[in-house]
Design a protein around this ligand. Structure first.
Ligand code: AMP
Ligand code: ZN
Length: 111
C-alpha cells in the first residue's frame, strides 16, 4: 500500500470504481476515461510502481491469468493489452496496470 496512490485507494475501496473482477491478488475495474467501448484495467492488489518493480513470477501470473478469465466472462476473444512503463511511454498512474481494450478496430504501431 502506497498512501498517496490512487489505485491502492481503489483496491482498498477508499475511492469508488466500477469493479468487474476481484480475486485474492488482483482487481479489475473500468477505466475512468475509456478509449474503446470496453476498456478496463487489471492491477495487482500489492503496490508496484511499474513493470520494472515486479519481483516474482507469481505476480506476473496473477495479473495475466486473470485477463482471459475476465474476457471470457465478458464474451470477448479479441482485445488489445497495453502496459505503459514510465512517463515517456505514457504511464500516468504509478501502480502497475494492464489496459485491456476491446469493441473497436485497433491500429498498429501504437502512437
Ligand atoms: P496510464 O496512462 O497507462 O498510466 O493509464 C492510467 C489510466 O488510469 C488512464 O487510462 C486513466 O483514464 C485511468 N484512471 C485514472 N484514474 C482513474 C480512476 N480513479 N478510476 C479508473 N481509471 C482511472
Ligand atoms: Zn498503489
Amino acid at each position: 500500500m502506497s498512501s498517496d496512490c490512487i489505485f491502492c485507494k481503489i483496491v482498498n475501496k477508499e475511492i469508488p470504481a466500477e469493479f468487474i473482477y476481484e480475486d485474492d491478488n488482483v482487481v479489475a475495474f473500468n477505466d475512468l476515461n475509456p478509449t474503446a467501448p470496453i476498456h478496463f484495467l487489471v492491477i495487482p492488489k500489492k503496490h508496484y510502481d511499474s513493470l520494472n518493480d515486479i519481483d516474482s513470477k507469481e505476480a506476473f501470473a496473477n495479473i495475466f491469468s486473470a485477463i482471459p478469465k475476465i474476457t471470457s466472462k465478458l464474451g470477448i476473444k479479441e482485445y488489445r493489452t497495453v502496459i505503459n512503463t514510465g512517463k515517456s511511454a505514457g504511464q500516468t498512474v504509478f501502480h502497475i496496470h494492464v489496459h485491456v481494450m476491446a469493441g473497436r478496430e485497433f491500429t498498429w504501431p501504437a502512437g
